[in-house]
Design a protein around this ligand. Sequence first.
Ligand SMILES: CC(=O)SCCNC(=O)CCNC(=O)[C@H](O)C(C)(C)COP(=O)(O)OP(=O)(O)OC[C@H]1O[C@@H](n2cnc3c(N)ncnc32)[C@H](O)[C@@H]1OP(=O)(O)O
Length: 208
Amino acid sequence: MSESKSVFLFGYSGHAYVILESLLDAGYQIKGYFDFKAAERNPYDLEFFGYEREVDVKKIVGNDLVFPSIGENSVRKKLIELFVNLGLNQFVAIDPSANVSRSVLLSPSTYIGKNVTINAQSEIGKGVILNTGSIIEHECQVSDYVHIAPGAVLCGNVFVGEGSFVGANSVVRQNVKISSDNVIGAGSVVISDIVEKGIWAGNKLRKL
Ligand SMILES: CC(=O)SCCNC(=O)CCNC(=O)[C@H](O)C(C)(C)COP(=O)(O)OP(=O)(O)OC[C@H]1O[C@@H](n2cnc3c(N)ncnc32)[C@H](O)[C@@H]1OP(=O)(O)O
C-alpha cells in the first residue's frame, strides 16, 4: 500500500469538484487529472495529463494514488478495471465529516461524501459513491459501482445490486433487495424487492 497522499483524479467535472474538496479537507494533495480531453473549466487550476487510454498512466502516476471522479457507474467500472490492470494504488476517499461505523467494510475507489452515515456491519463494495448526506443503516450491502445519491436512506439490511443508482432523497425500506443495474428516481420510496431491471420512480401515498 502506498504511503503517498498525492492523488491523480480520473474525470474532472462537477462530481470531481466535490471529491477534490473532500480530499483536500482530508489532507491529500491533487496532482492533476486524466480525461478524454482537457476540461473547458478548470476552477482548481489542475494540470491535465492526457487521456488514460492514450498515455503511459503507470509511468506518470508511479506510486501515487488514483481515484475515479466520474459519476456514471459504467464508466467508473471501466476506470477501476484499468487501475487493476495497471497495478495502480487505489484507496477509499472519505470526507472528514462522514460518520463511518467501526465495523463497516469498505473497498477501494469508493467515495464517502459529506455528512454520510454508515452504520454497523454494513459492507460497501468498490467504486461506490455514497453521496452527500446519504444514510446507510446497519447490515446493508452496497455492491460494486453503485451510486447512492444525496440524502437517500437505506434502512437496515438493504441490498443494492451492482451498478444500481438510488436517486436523491429516496428511501429504501428495511430488508429490501434491489437487483443489479436499476435506476431509482429521486424521492422514491422502495417498499418491496426489485427483481426486474428498469427505471423505477414514485411514492404512491394511500390510506392504509
Ligand atoms: C450530486 C447529484 O446531482 S447526484 C444525482 C442526483 N439526481 C437524482 O437523484 C435524479 C434521479 N433521476 C430521476 O429521478 C429521473 O427523473 C428518472 C431517472 C427517474 C427518470 O428520468 P427520465 O427517464 O428522463 O424520465 P422523464 O423525466 O422523461 O419522466 C418520465 C415520467 O416519469 C415521471 N418521473 C420522473 N422522475 C420521477 C421521480 N423521481 N418520481 C416520480 N415520477 C418521476 C415524470 O413526471 C414523467 O411522468 P409522465 O410520463 O406522467 O409525464
